[in-house]
Design a protein around this ligand. Structure first.
Ligand code: PGA
Length: 253
């Protein structure tokens, strides 16, 4: 059985107090609801990581992710934090290669390959992002484009290493636009990603890797999007900034 995961990517939102109250609201909702077996992952800005990690230690379904980390383990890299630092505060997940990191911070396939390795070396779980821009979708090249992203950043790793990975597929044209992939489009891409992983790492491992959908996922469309057999949850941006919306999406899964 593959894990089901809903991860909330806060991006650069929520100051200290706002972030802590959002987590408290999520915990309050969770305290009166049964876990449906899904893992819930919160990815706040760096400043919140240590505190939120402490707040969720007693939960068996709430986890924390960093939104990025540096590829080196330590050194003179002003402004950066390493995977081992993230590990040292009890955080379990790291989102890597989000389209915003690729676009605004020039993160290349090669750099991401190093970051994935750094994160896995620490026993952390990368949530590795992939997805295509609109012109690629319009040219119907999305599968080969995304497969290339995966090959370039993940295929240097051994199958055993890759076992711990989570993939997030987000069509860039759906991020923050209110436009989502249809359930059929999401399922088609997730199946194609799984097949590509299977070709490299074998079916058994590919079947274990959770593949999350992201891009304008909201309470109103989550049930439909999550319906596909290869859609194992979501990476949620805007809607993760409201505890009610975020938890409604968790419930949909
Ligand atoms: P969105 O963002 O849900 O606001 O579209 C998703 C993401 O970028 O992870």
């Amino acid at each position: 059985m593959r894990e089901k995961i809903v991860a909330g990517n806060w991006k650069m939102n929520k100051d200290w107090d706002q972030g802590l109250s959002l987590v408290q609201e999520i915990q309050k909702i969770m305290s009166v609801e049964e876990s449906n077996g899904a893992k819930v992952v919160i990815a706040p800005p760096y400043i919140h990581l240590a505190k939120i990690s402490d707040m969720v230690t007693s939960s068996d379904w709430l986890y924390v992710a960093a939104q990025n980390c540096h590829q080196e383990s330590a050194g003179a890299y002003t402004g950066e934090i390493s995977a081992s630092m993230i590990k040292s505060i009890g955080v379990e997940y790291v989102i890597l290669g989000h389209s915003e990191r690729r676009a605004y911070f020039d993160e290349s396939h090669e750099l991401l390959a190093r970051k994935v390795k750094a994160v896995l070396d620490q026993g952390l779980i990368p949530i590795f992002w992939c997805g295509e821009p609109l012109p690629i979708r319009e040219a119907n090249q999305q599968s080969s484009f995304v497969n290339q992203q995966l090959s370039d950043s993940l295929f240097q790793l051994s199958a055993e290493y890759i076992r711990g990975l989570v993939i997030a597929y987000e069509p860039i044209w759906a991020i923050g636009t209110g436009r989502t992939a249809s359930s059929a489009q999401a399922q088609e891409m997730h199946a194609s990603i799984r097949q590509h992983l299977s070709g490299q790492f074998g079916k058994e491992i590919a079947e274990q890797i959770p593949i999350l959908y992201g891009g304008s996922c909201k309470p109103a469309n989550a049930v439909e999007i999550f319906a596909g057999p290869d859609v194992d949850g979501g990476l949620i941006g805007g809607a993760s900034l409201s505890a009610n919306d975020f938890m409604a999406i968790v419930r949909s899964l």
